[in-house]
Design a protein around this ligand. Structure first.
Ligand code: SAM
Length: 240
């Protein structure tokens, strides 16, 4: 079955990511919007498998490896995996049905996917299922308030939040808003976008029994990304 990103994988790798990375303003992090920094600060150093769900072309594999983890990726788009396979071990899979055993992986990350997965709540349930007790889960995504389908950044640095923000749902590609969302719009005009209002997004973590340890907002003066570090529960002696 063809996935939304199959048609745009080459553009995403060779134009979109290249542009995003060329705008990095220092040598410490690979981008300005806080993705790379969120991985450093929220995932942190560790060892064992770090599963990236929706790894795309695998551009963050180097960073994950630099933190000591062994990066492994899955994605639903074979076009994106065509690039990723040279960067990390990959499998073609739906993030809503992960080919991993329950409680088996010490770290799971997902970068810029909640706006793409048709059922992100189910994807987060699956990521939680495969996570070892005490394991770390890092979600990195566009900021729902300042960079989602309802945040108009055409007059940056001002951001206008349009009515509709509170309604989580799907905005189709090439809708009336096409071309108005800046760099993020370039992707969204091609594949559409899922939107979760802030509370709907953050409530997914405790709903899955995860503890939110830390949040991180990337980009100034109004953030483009919002990242979440959460940990899975370690069963107490009475629960075992
Ligand atoms: C915006 S791209 C992000 C790719 C990569 N994480 C990055 O930051 O460059 C979104 C990715 O999510 C993947 N995706 C969407 N729904 C998925 C699902 N149900 N299971 C696995 N991957 C999915 C897409 O194929 C695409 O590669």
């Amino acid at each position: 079955m063809e996935a939304a990103y199959d048609d745009i994988a080459e553009w995403y790798e060779n134009e979109f990511l290249k542009l995003q990375r060329s705008m990095a303003d220092d040598h410490e992090f690979a981008d300005r919007i806080g993705v790379d920094q969120a991985l450093v600060e929220l995932l942190g150093e560790g060892s064992g498998i770090c599963l990236e769900v929706g790894c795309g072309t695998g551009i963050y594999a180097d960073r994950v490896a630099s933190l000591g983890w062994t990066p492994v990726g899955i994605d639903i788009s074979s076009g994106m995996l065509g690039f990723a396979k040279d960067r990390l071990a990959v499998a073609h899979s739906d993030g809503c049905e992960l080919p991993f055993a329950t409680d088996s992986v010490p770290a799971v990350i997902s970068v810029m996917t909640h706006t793409d997965a048709p059922d992100y709540p189910q994807m987060l349930r699956e990521m939680t299922r495969v996570l070892k007790p005490g394991g770390v889960l890092v979600h990195v995504g566009v900021h729902p308030c300042f960079c989602g389908s309802f945040a108009d950044r055409t007059d940056a640095p001002n951001v206008t939040v349009r009515p509709g923000y509170l309604e989580s749902g799907w905005t189709p590609a090439k809708g009336p808003e096409a071309g108005t969302l800046g760099q993020n719009g370039q992707v969204r005009d091609k594949v559409g976008a899922g939107h979760f209002a802030l509370a709907d997004l953050l409530n997914l973590f405790p709903k899955n029994g995860l503890t939110v340890d830390r949040l991180f907002e990337g980009f100034e003066p109004t953030p483009i990304t919002l990242s979440v570090r959460a940990t899975s529960k370690v069963a107490t002696a009475t629960e075992r």
